[in-house]
Each structure stands twice: as structure tokens, then as C-alpha cells.
Design a protein around this ligand. Structure first.
Ligand code: KDG
Ligand code: MG
Length: 412
């Protein structure tokens, strides 16, 4: 078969509401592919990795040789793994899959085995500073057609807390602008675990009482607990039938998950900060978790995420791909194509991107019946307005830093 020669690789850094890193690969005969390599707060490191180290290697290679290119970039660098490397490889890998599917004239999921379901069940982000605001946010999601919501609330006595919108439903500020506040240095938040542990079960009790047993509920503890605190929280939340408790402890210590497992039947999701199958090896083989959180964008693209998902599937562990607004619509589309095809798809996170972001990235995926379906056009199905991207240049923005009430730095 005649090779499909890669002619040009461009790196596009744009900030329509927040920063995104996109790779554009063009073949000699005019096929274009896009891939997402956005790494929140470290975007320029990925852009440099792509521009300075990967782009020169790609020119002249066969765009069809996706597996060979993946191995060439991963093994060839000698320095394996890590968020910057794996986001850069992910961007290239996704762009090559986009090209292959466009050449085949098929939506990407068809090349990954075809659809295993009509659409991918998604969960939205409901939050509130108090119960009435939280209920309004849940109702707004239900009115839009969501069947699953993540529940995050403020904690009495603490200021701004991860995952809680800074203005109620209909307010001026969207939640997704909050974590990546634009400034040269990160803002600081204050945290107190005991107050959180005292408060959260009462929130889930109230939500279940208000919305009944059918609604799918999730929660993100965002790496803040010790193993025994996480075990206690999982146990306390059991009556409220959570779909999952996410990131209960910092994921570096995988043995922590064994302790949590010994104490609670609340399902556990982990891995949004992981980037290879090796990070999951013990957690999956020992069946210490129920959902893997990696998205295509941070775990080496579609090629490597498929490997993680297949390994997870051997142990009845399902996918729950990370889908915040700091993953671009291109990254979300990549996860959706794979999710639609996978047998062990579980749920997809879906924070709707802002209008500003959609002015640059125009995705063809569609939301109905609480789920997303990727576009049925050839490729990934996301268009990019290059001129609009250029009108929105990069702006420094960082995730917050967390400190305990005595000033000690804590996990955010
Ligand atoms: O960039 C970090 C965010 O994507 C992360 O804080 C969001 O935890 C998150 C989630 O579950 O979406
Ligand atoms: Mg999370």
C-alpha cells in the first residue's frame, strides 16, 4: 500500500475561555488530522515537547503507521511516561487516527470495532454553596436531559471549595473558569478534612431524599483524604448508592486503595492524573478499583487508552473517562469514539464547553437521552477555526494551591 506521507505538523495554542494545545497534522495529499494535548496549567511544556521534539520526527513518516509511530515516540525518547510526554504523544496519536478515519471515509468508532451502544452515558457537574443552590443545579441538569450528576458542595466554615460553582445557576460565572483562573501565580484555597467528612453524608442524604433512588450520583474527593478517612467516607456514603467515589486518596500510594476496599462497597474511580497502563497495574490486577479515569488526551491517545481499557476489562473494571472543560472538544471526541466502541465503557464525564471554546472548536457530537454520541462523519468529527484560535492567544492560568487552616500545603 502506498504510504500516506506526513507533510506538516503544527502546534496551535489558543485560549478561548481557557488554554488548549492542539496538534494539526497534514499529509502530502491534503488530509488533515487534529489531536488534543492540553495539560491544565502546564500547556506550554506540552507545546514545546511537540514543536521542538516530536514535530521534526514526523515529517516524511507514513500517517497510516499509527502503532509504529506510537512505539517510536514512546520507546524512542528513552524517558518514558509522565504527563507532558504522554499528552504530547496523545495529541499526535489522536491526529493520526483522525486522518486514518477520514481516509477510510468512516467515523473513527467504526475503525475501533463499531458502536457497542447507541450513545455514551454522561454525567454533569451539579454543585452549590448550600442545599437550595445545589438542588437548583441538579434540577437544571435534569431539565437539560442529564441522567447522572456529580455532587459537590461548599463546606460550612470553608471558603471556595473544589468543584463548586462560584455563582448559582444562571449566575455570571461558569464553574469551568474557576479552576484555571487566569493569573501569573495560582490562588490559594483553604481546606479542613474533618469539616468536609462531617458535612458530606448529610448532603447526599438530602439529595437522595429530594430526587429519589433513580438518579445516578457521583462524588469527587479530589485526592484529599488519608486511606482511613476515605474508608470512613465510603462507608458513610453507602446508604446513598453512589455510582462512584472518585480519587479518594492521592494515587501515588496504590496500597491505600486496598485499605479503602477492605472497608467499603462504595465503587471507586481513579486515574485522571495517571498516564499509562503501568500506573493501573496493581489497582486493576488486585481489583481495588471499579473505574479507570484516563481520557485519550492524558494517556497516550486512543492507541494507549485502548490498552488500558482492555486490561481493565479483564477484571470487570469499566471506563469513566475524564471530561472536564480543560480537555478540548477534540480530546472529548477521541474519548467518545473509543467509549462508543468499547465493551467495558462505564460512563463519560461531560462539562459542557463554553460558547467561546465552541467558537474555535466545533464538535459534531450530540447530546440526547443523557448521553453523547460522536459525530457520524468521517474522522473525529471536530472542526477547528484557525483564525478564531489565533485571535485568542495563550494566557497564564493555574489550578489553585490548597493549604490546611494552619498553612500547611495540602493536596488540591
Ligand atoms: O485540570 C484538573 C481538572 O481537570 C480536575 O481538577 C477536574 O477532577 C476533575 C474532574 O474530575 O473533572
Ligand atoms: Mg476528578
Amino acid at each position: 500500500m502506498t504510504p500516506l506521507r506526513i507533510d506538516r505538523t503544527q502546534v496551535i495554542v489558543t485560549s478561548p475561555g481557557r488554554n488548549f494545545v492542539t496538534v494539526r497534522i497534514d499529509t502530502a495529499d491534503g488530509v488533515t488530522g487534529y489531536g488534543d494535548g492540553t495539560l491544565n496549567g502546564r500547556e506550554l511544556s506540552v507545546a514545546s515537547y511537540l514543536r521542538d521534539h516530536l514535530a521534526p520526527l514526523l515529517v516524511g513518516r507514513d500517517a497510516h503507521a499509527i502503532e509504529d509511530t506510537w512505539q517510536y515516540l514512546y520507546r524512542g525518547s528513552y524517558w518514558r511516561r509522565g504527563p507532558v510526554t504522554m499528552a504530547a504523544i496523545a495529541a499526535v496519536d489522536t491526529a493520526l487516527w483522525d486522518i486514518k478515519a477520514k481516509v477510510a471515509g468512516l467515523p473513527l468508532y467504526q475503525l475501533l470495532g463499531g458502536a457497542s451502544r447507541e450513545r455514551c452515558l454522561v454525567y454533569g457537574h451539579a454543585s452549590g454553596a448550600n442545599l437550595p443552590e445545589l438542588f437548583d443545579s441538579v434540577r437544571a441538569h435534569l431539565a437539560q436531559g442529564f441522567r447522572a450528576v456529580r455532587i459537590q458542595t461548599a463546606v460550612p466554615g470553608l471558603g471556595s471549595v473544589y468543584g463548586v460553582a462560584s455563582s448559582p445557576v444562571g449566575g455570571a460565572e461558569r464553574y469551568d473558569y474557576e479552576p484555571a483562573r487566569r493569573a501569573a501565580v495560582p490562588v490559594t484555597e483553604t481546606w479542613e478534612t474533618r469539616a468536609y467528612l462531617r458535612h458530606l453524608p448529610s448532603v447526599f442524604e438530602a439529595v437522595r431524599a429530594e430526587f429519589g433512588p433513580e438518579l445516578i450520583l457521583l462524588h469527587d474527593a479530589h485526592h484529599r483524604l488519608t486511606p482511613i478517612q476515605a474508608a470512613r467516607l465510603g462507608k458513610a456514603l453507602e446508604p446513598y448508592d453512589l455510582f462512584w467515589l472518585e480519587d479518594p486518596t492521592p494515587a501515588e500510594n496504590q496500597d491505600a486503595l486496598r485499605l479503602i476496599r477492605q472497608h467499603t462497597t462504595t465503587p471507586i474511580a481513579i486515574g485522571e492524573v495517571f498516564n499509562t497502563v503501568w500506573d493501573y497495574r496493581q489497582l486493576i490486577a488486585e481489583q481495588l478499583i471499579d473505574y479507570v479515569r484516563s481520557p485519550a488526551t492524558h494517556a497516550g491517545g486512543i492507541t494507549h487508552l485502548r490498552r488500558i481499557a482492555d486490561y481493565a476489562g479483564m477484571y470487570q473494571v469499566k471506563t469513566g473517562m475524564h471530561g472536564p472543560t480543560d480537555i478540548s472538544p477534540i480530546g472529548l471526541a477521541a474519548s467518545l469514539h473509543l467509549g462508543l466502541a468499547l465493551h467495558n465503557f462505564g460512563i463519560q464525564e461531560y462539562m459542557v464547553h463554553s460558547d467561546e471554546t465552541h467558537a474555535v472548536f466545533q464538535p459534531g457530537y450530540s447530546f440526547a437521552d443523557g448521553g453523547l454520541r460522536p459525530a457520524d462523519e468521517p474522522g473525529l468529527g471536530v472542526a477547528l477555526d484557525v483564525e478564531c484560535a489565533a485571535r485568542n492567544p495563550y494566557q497564564p492560568a493555574y489550578l489553585p494551591i490548597n493549604r490546611l487552616t494552619d498553612g500547611t500545603v495540602h493536596d488540591w
